[in-house]
Ligand binder design. Structure first.
Ligand code: AP5
Length: 216
């Protein structure tokens, strides 16, 4: 059955990790505004250069740009979406509601991934990603089986994100608490919120999400 869900949580909460799992298990399409913006920044355009500066500081890119990216993706159609890292402001949440209405889609659940700040710092500073397939790893909790080689695709293009440093992370956390955390109340009031323990082991988090989506 087709569902549309949001993964909501601070940087490093595990949104990308669980989105990839949900893609595999339920055939949903991951829409990560972070990934879309990273693709824009490597495009070499003036817009990409401006986006890169904002991301590296850990600040939020303008609502107009990210809403435009999501609008384009929804217009391409698809069979159920995971919104990963979007919406991040109340204006983005209102815009998503309007876009879903226009396309006749519904929002089925907002998974709130609860974690504490100390764990986020450890997760972000230990993270590395495959530049070829996007698989996400961690120095301690999810190393590659063979050092320097992606388990999923065999690529040796493994790297760390420019904004995964302590300075940018402080700004990213502030942005989250000031601008994104109000969405918890927003979606609670709409009856969509499903909290999960993001501190649990990856498979346990996946099981809690599956339980929250049971019957949807
Ligand atoms: P974005 O790419 O969305 O980054 P983020 O929200 O900061 O989230 P992360 O990707 O850092 O973390 P995650 O929750 O996906 O965690 P992950 O699964 O990787 O955004 C980047 C920037 O783009 C923003 O700062 C902003 O500038 C811009 N942007 C994006 N969207 C925007 C929007 N809508 N509006 C405006 N600006 C926007 O996991 C982290 C690590 O922990 C990994 O190493 C993983 O292996 C490990 N891990 C995961 N789960 C567990 C677990 N259960 N136990 C132990 N380790 C775990």
């Amino acid at each position: 059955m087709t569902i549309n869900i949001i993964l909501l949580g601070p940087p490093g909460a595990g949104k990308g990790t669980q989105a990839r799992k949900l893609e595999e298990e339920r055939g949903l399409v991951q829409l990560s505004t972070g990934d879309m913006l990273r693709a824009a920044r490597s495009s070499g355009t003036e817009m990409g250069r401006r986006v890169a500066e904002v991301m590296d500081r850990g600040e939020l890119v303008t609502d107009e740009i990210v809403i435009g990216l999501i609008r384009e993706k929804l217009a391409e159609g698809g069979n159920g979406f995971i919104f990963d890292g979007f919406p991040r402001t109340l204006a983005q949440a209102d815009a998503l509601g309007a876009l879903l209405d226009e396309t006749g889609m519904t929002l089925d659940a907002v998974i709130e991934m609860q974690v504490d700040d100390a764990a986020l710092v450890r997760r972000i500073t230990g993270r590395f990603t495959c530049g070829n397939c996007g698989e996400v790893y961690h120095d301690e909790t999810k190393p590659t089986a063979k050092p320097g080689v992606c388990d999923a695709c065999g690529s040796t293009d493994l790297g760390r994100r420019a904004d995964d440093n302590e300075d940018s992370l402080k700004t990213r956390l502030l942005e989250y608490y000031k601008k994104t955390s109000p969405l918890i109340g927003y979606y609670y009031a709409k009856g969509k919120l499903a909290p999960v323990d993001g501190l649990a082991a990856m498979d346990e988090v996946g099981a809690q999400i599956a339980a929250a989506l049971n019957g949807k």
